[in-house]
Design a protein around this ligand. Structure first.
Ligand code: TXA
Ligand code: MG
Length: 337
């Protein structure tokens, strides 16, 4: 099939919404990353999403709504804390896992009896949900396992010929996917995937915020994942990614001992003065690093990198999201210097 590139004017957004109403798949910009949007209530359409991504059937899709008030239409019960969180963080990069009702088919929820609900703030995604009048299931628009797309061009690269259209809404503001949380009890949440709604921000509303063990640690054989996405290798470019933790001096020494053909380092802006080996930089703070990380991983592949040593941010604030994506891209290979 031909994949059409649409712009973000209203005529094109009507076209995109029409495609979704007709059970087709469209690449759509959001404030986190680009998503592969389909009518969440249409089993055939959702099946196409899994096929286009090559995604395992047990990994559930997030359902995107225009307003949190619609969450009651797709769930069996909503705790008070969810409303409090929605008031503070919706629309925005937060996904809440809630008990689903029958309007969300099992294929969308990967066989679970819960559904991740998110109200995106990106005006293009918001408008497409509104015009289509449908709940939109949207995983990140990458080939399964590859870094998430933060531009329409990335989506085209992964999905050209596999989906009906891509809407170009510019580069994604946050650059990492939404924070996924489960609500546990009256005032406790568990972070299943860290994002730009940080632990520290959630603590302003909740008495306890638990970081699920699988965010920083590899699941052991037979261990059950609180979120199916944690089971799979993720965000991986073709190059071998190795995280090197410690001070810059130790990093340089380590890279010096292990450098070679087509070896790169991915470093902070502040590291680049006199950095002696081949490198790319990815920003000066965690927010910039989140914004640039996936783009850089793709650029490293384009440059032909076979091995990449990465300076990782401290796993705090937005840095926890960056650290989590990197440690998974690295297959949990971390060197301490
Ligand atoms: O920012 C985002 O969330 C992007 C944009 C497009 O909205 N979407 C996204 O979707 O990242 P995806 O499918 O690439 O990642 C969804 C993650 C997966 O790790 C999945 O396992 C988890 O959320 N998830 C979804 N529904 C869940 C549920 N009911 N229970 C536990 N985890 C769930
Ligand atoms: Mg994804």
């Amino acid at each position: 099939m031909d994949t059409v590139l649409l712009s973000d004017n209203d005529i094109d957004l009507v076209k995109a919404a029409e495609l979704i109403r007709n059970g087709e798949i469209v690449g759509i910009p959001t404030e986190t990353v680009y998503g592969l949007g389909a009518d969440a209530s249409n089993e055939e359409a959702v099946r196409k999403v899994f096929a286009a991504k090559g995604r395992p059937a047990d990994n559930p899709l997030i359902v995107h709504l225009a307003d949190f008030s619609q969450a009651k239409d797709y769930t069996t019960s909503i705790p008070d804390l969810a409303y409090t969180l929605a008031e503070k963080f919706c629309p925005g990069p937060l996904t809440m896992v809630l008990p689903k009702n029958d309007r969300i088919p099992m294929i969308t929820s990967g066989g679970l009896d819960t559904v991740g609900i998110r109200v995106p703030s990106h005006p293009v995604m918001h408008r497409i949900i509104e015009i289509s009048g449908r709940p939109i299931a949207a995983p990140s628009a990458n080939t399964s396992g590859y870094p998430s797309p933060t531009s329409a061009e990335h989506v085209m690269r992964d999905m050209n010929g596999k989906i009906s259209a891509v809407v170009d809404g510019g580069s994604s503001r946050f650059g990492v996917e939404s924070t996924v949380i489960a609500i546990e009890g009256e005032s406790t949440v568990r972070i299943l995937r860290p994002g730009c709604v940080t632990k520290e921000m959630l603590e302003q509303v909740c008495s306890e915020v638990i970081i699920d063990h699988a965010i920083l640690h590899e699941l052991e054989a037979g261990q059950k994942a609180a979120s199916p996405g944690m089971k799979y290798k993720h965000y991986s470019p073709k190059a071998d990614i190795i995280m090197v933790e410690g001070e810059l001096e130790g990093f340089i020494a380590y890279v010096g001992e292990h450098t070679g053909d087509d070896v790169y380092s991915l470093i902070f802006d502040s590291d680049s003065d006199n950095f002696p080996y081949r490198y790319m930089t990815y920003g000066k703070d965690s927010s910039e690093q989140a914004h640039l990380l996936f783009q850089r991983l793709r650029e490293l592949d384009d440059a032909g990198a076979v091995r990449v040593y990465v300076r990782a941010p401290r796993p705090e604030g937005v840095g926890l999201a960056v650290y989590n994506r990197l440690i998974r891209a690295a297959g949990f290979e971390v060197i301490r210097v």
